[in-house]
Write a protein that binds this ligand. Structure first.
Ligand SMILES: [Zn+2]
Length: 140
């Protein structure tokens, strides 16, 4: 199938060298399968060209990844998953990995407020360090 050869060529172009015969045959076989399943050849070439940079070798797995929409798919049919309100969705808080009432990031953020200002006063600390060094210098 000519389309499959184009897909292999797209991969090799992105790779910057020719594939070993066995790898090329495997990729070509996957391309034939995907073309047979109705994937457009241009679209498959694009997917194949992405693979070397990603370190992927399996065209079927890469092409079937939900991230890739086939031409004509608007994405509206792929409703965004409902965010679980019981999880914390604040930016940088693990993208919903932590429960809202037990989020380590939220705890970390609320800690200074809850415990009041830091007990160590930076000015005092500097003064102590200076005094300590002065004492050492006086001794030496
Ligand atoms: Zn949080």
């Amino acid at each position: 199938m000519q389309g499959a050869d184009a897909v292999v060529a797209a991969y090799e172009t992105a790779l910057g060298r020719q594939l070993a015969a066995g790898s090329a045959a495997r990729l070509r076989k996957q391309a034939v399968e995907l073309l047979g399943a109705g994937r457009p050849v241009d679209w498959l070439c694009e997917r194949a060209a992405e693979m070397p940079a990603l370190g992927y070798q399996d065209l079927i797995r890469h092409a079937d990844h939900p991230r890739h929409r086939l031409p004509g798919q608007t994405g509206s049919d792929r409703a965004r998953p409902e965010r679980d309100a019981s999880m914390c969705w604040k930016p940088g808080h693990g993208s919903g990995a932590y429960p809202a009432d037990d989020c380590s990031q939220c705890l970390a953020e609320s800690r200074p407020r809850r415990e009041g200002p830091a007990k160590i006063n930076p000015a005092d600390l500097v003064a102590q360090l200076r005094a300590g060094r002065a004492a050492v210098e006086a001794r030496g």
